[in-house]
Design a protein around this ligand. Structure first.
Ligand code: OAD
Length: 232
C-alpha cells in the first residue's frame, strides 16, 4: 500500500481562479481591515458590515471555477493507491467542485451558516443578513460559518491524527503565517513524514520543509501530482 499523502492548501491554490489571497501585495487584508471584519467582536459591533464582506466573497466564489491545481489534487485523490487527506484553510468550495471528496475545511466554509446562539449549521443563502433567523432556535444570531481571528480552527483532532500518519506532507499556496495551520509541517516532520512546500515563492516557514517547488500552482501542482502517480 502506498504511503498516506496529507495536503494542506491555502489561498494560493485558488489565486488563479480569481479569488484573492490575503497577504500578498494588494491582497484581501491589504484592502480590508481584518479587525473590523473577521473577529467575533467585529460581528457583534457591526453584523451588517461583516455580512456584506462575506456576501461579496461568497458571490466571488460562486462566479469562480476550479483551476488545474484543484483538478490535479482531485485526480490524486482518485488515483493514488493509498490514503489522501486534503485539508484546506480556504473557505471556498473549489476543491469539491473539482471532484475532491472528504475535504477538511479547518477555517469553515462560505457555503454554510452558523447560529451564534445555538451552534446549529445550515446551507447559507447567497446573501446573508443580520435579520436572518436560525431555522432551529429562531434567534437572529446568524453568522457565516467561518473561523475568525481569536477562534479555534475546526477538526483539529482529525487533522492531528492525519498529519501523524502522513508519509508525505505537502503545503500548497499558504504563507505560513497563520497558526495552528502553519505549525502542521513541524508536526508532520516530527512524525517522520517527508515534507514539501509548493508555492509561488518561499513562505515564512520555507526552512521547515525538506523539498520545495516554486511557481504558479496551476503548473506546479499538476506536475507534482503527475510525478507522484508515475512513481517519480
Ligand atoms: P495568504 O494570503 O497568507 O498566503 C497566500 C500564499 O499563496 C502566499 O504564500 C503566496 O506566495 C502564495 N501564492 C499566491 N499566488 C499563488 C499561485 N498562483 N500559486 C501558488 N502559490 C501562490 O493565505 P493563507 O496562507 O491561506 O483565514 O492564509 C491563511 C489564513 O489567513 C486564511 O485561511 C484566512 C486568512 O486570515 C481565515 O479566513 C480564517
Amino acid at each position: 500500500m502506498a504511503e498516506p499523502v496529507v495536503i494542506l492548501t491555502g489561498a494560493g491554490v485558488s489565486a488563479e481562479s480569481g479569488l484573492g489571497t490575503f497577504r500578498d501585495k494588494g491582497g484581501i487584508w491589504a484592502r480590508f481591515d481584518p479587525a473590523r471584519l473577521a473577529t467575533p467582536e467585529a460581528f457583534a459591533a457591526d453584523p451588517a458590515q461583516v455580512h456584506t464582506f462575506y456576501n461579496l466573497r461568497r458571490a466571488n466564489c460562486l462566479d469562480a471555477a476550479p483551476n488545474p491545481a484543484h483538478h490535479a489534487l482531485a485526480r490524486l485523490g482518485r488515483d493514488w493507491p493509498g490514503e489522501v487527506v486534503l485539508i484546506t484553510q480556504n473557505v471556498d468550495d473549489l476543491h469539491e467542485r473539482a471532484g475532491s471528496t472528504g475535504v477538511i475545511h479547518m477555517h469553515g466554509r462560505l457555503a454554510r451558516a452558523l447560529c451564534a446562539a445555538c451552534a446549529h449549521r445550515w446551507d447559507a443563502p447567497r446573501e446573508m443578513r443580520p435579520t436572518d433567523r436560525c431555522p432551529r432556535c429562531g434567534e437572529t444570531a446568524t453568522r457565516p460559518d467561518i473561523v475568525w481571528f481569536g477562534e479555534y480552527p475546526y477538526h483539529m483532532d482529525r487533522i492531528a491524527a492525519a498529519v501523524a500518519r502522513a508519509g508525505l506532507f505537502a503545503v500548497i499556496g499558504s504563507s505560513g503565517q497563520v497558526y495552528p495551520a502553519a505549525g502542521l509541517v513541524g508536526e508532520a516532520r516530527a512524525a517522520g513524514a517527508r515534507t514539501v512546500e509548493i508555492n509561488l515563492e518561499p513562505s515564512a516557514r520555507a526552512d521547515a520543509f525538506d523539498d520545495a517547488l516554486y511557481g504558479p500552482a496551476s503548473e506546479t501542482v499538476p506536475h507534482w501530482v503527475a510525478g507522484l502517480l508515475d512513481g517519480g
